[in-house]
Design a protein around this ligand. Structure first.
Ligand code: ADP
Ligand code: MG
Length: 227
């Protein structure tokens, strides 16, 4: 599903942000990516979204080699990937329903399918009753669940989450990771960048630990170790 072959990203001279990473993620896997601030986690995620180009090395996602992908193919490629960020990034002047429906309209989904799919995905994230609320009327945990609903509404093969619990308390953090785990159980490949040691150790998933742009540790049923 995801293949990184000796991938390096240098923003400036000196130590690369990502340094010769070779890594493989199978279809249907759930992977935590952990590591200190500045270890290259977000750079890795942004290269997977083709927001950043590697300085060297090859990235293959879902059979497509990103390095040689044409500009006009990038929007379609990105539609196959759901993304969630620490700061939710919701449309503040639209209600919950509209925030999720927007993602479907953007890809030209027919109205009748949107009317069926949005309530379905809001139920899946436990927010069916809040469809009329504005983001400002929701807790942080609820806002992140809206963002997750938006990320999965078009049924992406891959879901990338960059510190999705960074702004949440422990209870909401747990709920968000549990939800990502449920999404994974339905077949989506999930990569979660996090600093949350307790959650990582609780969920017993594969853990890739990054340190100074390199993979310091890759454990099948891993722990969040100190580096
Ligand atoms: P993490 O997400 O693990 O905190 P990042 O991938 O954001 O790490 O950053 C890795 C390294 O690359 C850091 O040293 C950071 O300062 C540097 N970096 C990140 N983005 C940029 C950028 N746009 N320009 C220059 N340096 C950057
Ligand atoms: Mg980061």
């Amino acid at each position: 599903m995801i293949d990184l072959d000796c991938v390096t990203k240098s923003y400036t001279k000196g130590q690369p942000a990502v340094n010769e990473i070779t890594m493989h993620v199978d279809k249907g896997e759930f992977v935590f990516i952990v590591g200190d601030s500045g270890s290259g986690k977000s750079t890795l995620i942004r290269m997977l979204l083709k927001e950043l180009e590697p300085t060297s090395g090859t990235i293959t996602v879902n059979g497509s080699v990103l390095n040689t992908m044409k500009h006009r193919q990038v929007p379609k490629y990105r539609r196959g990937i759901g993304v969630v960020f620490q700061d939710f990034r919701l449309l503040e002047d639209r209600n919950v329903y509209e925030n999720v429906a927007f993602a479907q309209r953007a890809v030209g989904t027919p109205a009748r399918i949107i009317r069926r799919r949005v309530p379905e995905v809001l139920r899946q994230v436990g927010l069916a009753e809040k469809y009329k609320s504005l983001p400002s009327q929701l807790s942080g945990g609820e806002q992140q669940r809206v963002a997750i609903a938006r990320a999965i509404v078009n049924r992406p093969a891959i879901l990338l989450a960059d510190e999705p619990t960074g702004n949440l308390d422990p209870t909401n953090s747990y709920e968000v990771i549990k939800l990502l785990d449920e999404i994974n159980a339905r077949g989506t490949t999930v990569l979660v960048v996090t600093h949350n040691r307790e959650l990582v150790n609780q969920f017993k998933k594969r853990v890739v630990t990054m340190n100074r742009g390199m993979v310091a540790h890759d454990a099948e049923v891993g722990e969040y170790l100190e580096y």
